[in-house]
Design a protein around this ligand. Structure first.
Ligand code: ATP
Ligand code: MG
Length: 393
């Protein structure tokens, strides 16, 4: 019946926005359009609080679902069938829809849930369900009604001029459209946590840039490729990511030579923050983001976080701070970064790992140790040596 495939896209939190709602809806439409930009003959339109995507019949549904469900701000979407808002047309479309499902899935029972968004439509919702149910029973002889545990729940959404028939509500990630909440720089390690942290901030509308530190030749080229691959996976949600790559080895060597061994981890982290802040300032990022989590490792104690933070004046966001590792891992699986994150390449933090790192570092001790280093010069040289890799578009 339909010449095109149609998808109904539902907005999540965007729908709750008061006077700013049109702005958020416009941004969401733009993001959905962008996610589909290389697919020919697609149309994305907003109408009465929903977004409608139309594509050629030949475009695989899975392709559209995969892309649109990754757009932040999308609560759910449904491949749908469209017909005129006329009870006979609705019945006919429902029969065609169900016959297709019978062919695909061999279902035996169904239930209809109707909703009349257009209150001018002359038939009430329960009546629509009853009439369409009777037409489906007649048109699809193998089917029976089961109101408690149907194989297929068929939704009939009667709107002003068109009615939409659909079965699945495929969940999106919700959140807010990208680009509605400034830009942040994530310290991006290649581990499990920092990609999840970046995802969580981007989900609230924040654009993301990333900085990765390596200790080449102690860390390998493959470790960097892994980080680039992680950024590529994230860019399906976050769009273009500017990835800044910094060799930390000159700084690490100075720290190893001149400072107490047990302080090296935390001293390195202080340098990471300083360099990140400078890169952030140069690239209009307003905050730093890390994957730190209270108590997870020696440098992530409360004291460790305090002495790390005091090196910068920019706000440091730690969206995973109170999460359990198991939950972070689940989320990494859900966003498809986990398998790449666990590839066993070395990280610069593990290159000169002290045997007994301090877990309760003191600011005064850190300042003492850093007085043996030319902090400003080391930071400036690191910033000068940044290489940039462009990920996604
Ligand atoms: P992750 O899983 O994100 O690597 P982690 O549990 O291994 O975190 P740490 O190694 O202590 O913990 O790192 C804490 C945070 O510091 C990371 O989440 C990340 O934001 C930042 N970080 C660590 N190593 C690097 C690196 N090589 N480059 C950039 N940022 C880093
Ligand atoms: Mg790590």
């Amino acid at each position: 019946m339909n010449e095109q495939n149609i998808y109904i896209v539902r907005c999540g939190e965007v729908a709750l926005k008061g006077t700013n709602k049109p702005y958020f809806e416009r941004m969401l439409v733009e993001r959905v359009k962008k996610s589909l930009k290389d697919i020919e003959n697609t149309e994305v339109k907003r109408y009465e609080g929903l977004i409608y995507v139309r594509t050629d019949k030949t475009t695989p549904q899975m392709d559209i679902i995969r892309r649109v469900s990754k757009v932040f701000g999308v609560a759910s979407l449904s491949p749908a069938m469209e017909c005129a808002s006329d009870i006979d047309a609705i019945g006919e479309a429902a029969v065609e829809y169900m016959n297709n499902i019978i062919k695909e899935k061999g279902i035996e029972t169904f239930k209809i849930k109707a909703k009349r968004a257009d209150k001018n439509f002359p038939i009430t919702s329960p009546e629509v369900a009853r009439i369409v149910g009777a037409i489906v029973l007649k048109g699809c002889k193998v089917l029976k009604v089961d109101v408690h545990n149907p194989d297929c729940m068929l939704f009939v959404d009667v709107r002003h001029d068109k009615t939409y028939i659909f079965q699945d509500k495929i969940k999106g990630f919700g959140g807010l459209p990208l680009g509605t909440n400034g830009k942040g720089l994530v310290l991006f390690s290649g581990g499990i946590d920092s990609p999840v942290a970046a995802f969580m901030m981007a989900k609230r509308g924040m654009r993301i840039e990333a900085v990765h530190y390596h200790s080449y030749p102690y860390t390998s080229q493959r470790a960097q490729e892994k980080v680039e691959e992680l950024a590529r996976i994230l860019s399906a949600y976050c769009g273009y990511i500017k990835l800044h790559i910094v060799n930390l080895l000159p700084i690490q060597e100075q720290i190893v030579e001149k400072c107490p061994e047990e302080e090296s981890t935390i001293l390195v982290r202080r340098f990471m923050m300083r360099i990140a802040e400078k890169i952030a300032e140069d690239n209009q990022c307003m905050m730093l983001i890390t994957g730190e989590n209270l108590g997870q490792v020696a440098s992530q104690t409360a004291e460790g976080l305090v002495v790390t933070d005091e090196t910068v004046s920019m706000p440091v966001m730690r969206p995973l701070i109170g999460m359990d590792k198991i939950d972070i891992m689940d989320m990494a699986r859900e966003i498809e970064t986990y398998e790449t994150s666990i590839l066993p390449y070395e990280d610069c933090c593990t290159v000169f790992l002290p045997k007994h790192p301090v877990t309760k570092p003191k600011s005064s001790r850190m300042a003492d140790s850093e007085s043996k280093l030319n902090v400003e010069e080391l930071v400036n040289n690191a910033v000068k040596s940044v290489e940039v890799v462009h990920i996604g578009c």
